[in-house]
Design a protein around this ligand. Sequence first.
Ligand code: GDP
Ligand code: MG
Length: 177
Amino acid sequence: YGEFNQKIDYVFKIVLIGDSAVGKSQLLARFSRNEFCLDSKATIGVEFQTRTLTIDNKTVKAQIWDTAGQERYRAVTSAYYRGAVGAMLVYDITKRPSFDHVARWLEELRGHADKNIVIMLVGNKSDLKTLRAVPMEDAKEFAQRESLFFMETSALEATNVETAFLTVLTDIYRIVS
Ligand code: GDP
Ligand code: MG
């Protein structure tokens, strides 16, 4: 992930939203550093992480923002959403309430962000299959109705994390290029 002396063609701001403890910080750690922090307190206070990658021969810097514990309803400020061109709306597949709150997060996101923002609904912790509380069909249906991308991920096992972020980044690139 070295980024010395690189000409950056695009910087895309992506925001992570969703209830507390769904795995937003771990998804970010996995995508930006390929890490899963067992002591996740370590990521508190970090505003954003970046990762530079190549899409269609262009250098794209993804600047991914983490809520750093402001998940209480309406506590995320408009500065957080400002300039965002992508969003990962995360719930925990083992926690039904975290999925029930997705509509509220979406409403807040749509109220603050650009109308062309690319949104991925992310069902995280797919490794915890035996504890599943949200059927994949429910999420798929919601995503389809709201025109969102949808994917289940595991930050722990590194399943679909890369694909989820790349799907969003590639779609943003398609829009702006
Ligand atoms: P945040 O509050 O949304 O940022 O959630 P964190 O990233 O801090 O994760 C909350 C808890 O869920 C931590 O104990 C993580 O270790 C755990 N966690 C995060 N992602 C996964 C995952 O994909 N699978 C499992 N089994 N646990 C996860
Ligand atoms: Mg966090």
